[in-house]
Write a protein that binds this ligand. Structure first.
Ligand code: SF4
Length: 334
């Protein structure tokens, strides 16, 4: 999945921007946002969305302007209306509640989150105890934990690994949220395994390709950057992790911003190289605005540093595809 950065242009020592690639939208976010857009086109406004479809203020505001209504719970959705479940996934209890109220659900859960749900169900069926590494209260963690609440304990930091209590240390497996820091998760696992040597690994990486690729890319630019600006919202787990990863990888400083307007000129004092990246829920237009903002302040030279190529695309949720197909069928004359 990872590719080399290739030949780097000679740098003249002046002010510059290093732009990490990959950055921004992943396949799961792209699919979820398109699902809401298509639902609005097909069924008309309002289309209800449970929680933020993806964790980005700009995306949520733009969809709300087009007629999406964001709610916290399905109980707020009128009976029979269309409701989209966000990319972060939902627990079976939420699906059941939606069905009980005859809501027409469109499930935009990222397939890579669904994969973790399935793993949780499979291990629970074998009566294994699951240590789910992730952030307590995050929607994705709530959704995954809801698949097998009696079998899952959330471990939300390396420190928590030192304290977690288990029933049977010989029937344990760890799974994780998809958007964590790879390095911190490995540290949590190391500490768990010190206490529970028979802890089993997940069948495959739970931290998704997009999260991993963005962390590799930001590490590459961080070591050369006096400052790394991460575009992303405060509740975006993978965006917040990019700030931490940049600092760990040697950036002089790192700040997360929702948009160019949040960049403080004081951050740029004495700064020659600014690294720029964005979380997996961030539209590229916001990065372009940050680059333009920096160009106005003398950082006109922009070099893109590429560490991976991404071409994964997920198809739209099944029900939506079915309705799109039906709608495009010619009407039979009577
Ligand atoms: Fe899916 Fe990863 Fe994107 Fe989350 S960050 S929506 S898990 S691809």
């Amino acid at each position: 999945m990872l590719a080399g950065g290739g030949e780097r242009a000679a740098w003249d020592g002046g002010r510059r921007v290093l732009l990490a690639a990959p950055r921004g939208y992943c396949a799961g976010v792209d699919r979820a946002v398109e699902a809401v857009e298509k639902a609005l086109e097909l069924y008309g406004a309002p289309v209800y969305v449970r929680k933020e479809i993806v964790h980005n203020k700009h995306v949520v505001r733009t969809l709300a302007e087009r007629g999406a209504v964001f709610v916290q719970e399905t109980s707020e959705v009128p009976e029979g209306a269309h409701v989209v479940f966000s990319a972060h996934g939902v627990s079976p209890a939420v699906r059941e509640e939606a069905a009980a109220r005859s809501l027409r659900a469109i499930d935009a859960t990222c397939p890579l989150v669904t994969k973790v749900h399935r793993e949780a169900v499979r291990f629970a069926e074998r009566d294994a105890e699951i240590l789910l590494i992730g952030h307590t209260g995050h929607e994705e963690v709530e959704g995954t934990a809801g698949e097998a609440p009696e079998h899952i304990t959330v471990v939300d930091s390396p420190e928590a690994a030192d304290a977690v209590q288990v029933r049977d240390p010989d029937n344990l497996v760890w799974l994780s949220q998809t958007t964590l820091s790879v390095d911190e998760t490995m540290e949590t696992v190391r500490r768990l395994r010190e206490r529970f040597p028979n802890l089993a690994d997940p069948p495959s990486d739970d931290i998704c390709y997009a999260t991993q690729n963005r962390q590799v890319a930001v590490k590459k630019i961080a070591a050369e950057s006096d400052l790394v600006i991460v575009v992303g919202s405060a509740n975006s787990s993978n965006s917040v992790r990019l700030v931490e990863v940049a600092l760990d990888a040697g950036a002089g400083a790192s700040h997360r911003v929702d948009s160019a307007a949040e960049i403080d000129d004081a951050w740029l004092e004495g700064v020659t190289t600014v690294g720029v990246t964005s979380g997996a829920s961030v539209p590229e237009v916001l990065v372009r605005e940050v680059v333009a903002h920096l160009a106005q302040r003398g950082y006109g030279s922009v070099e893109e540093v590429t560490t991976a190529q991404e071409d994964l695309v997920f198809s739209l949720p099944t029900d939506l595809r079915r309705d799109i197909k039906r709608r495009s069928l010619p009407v039979t004359p009577v």
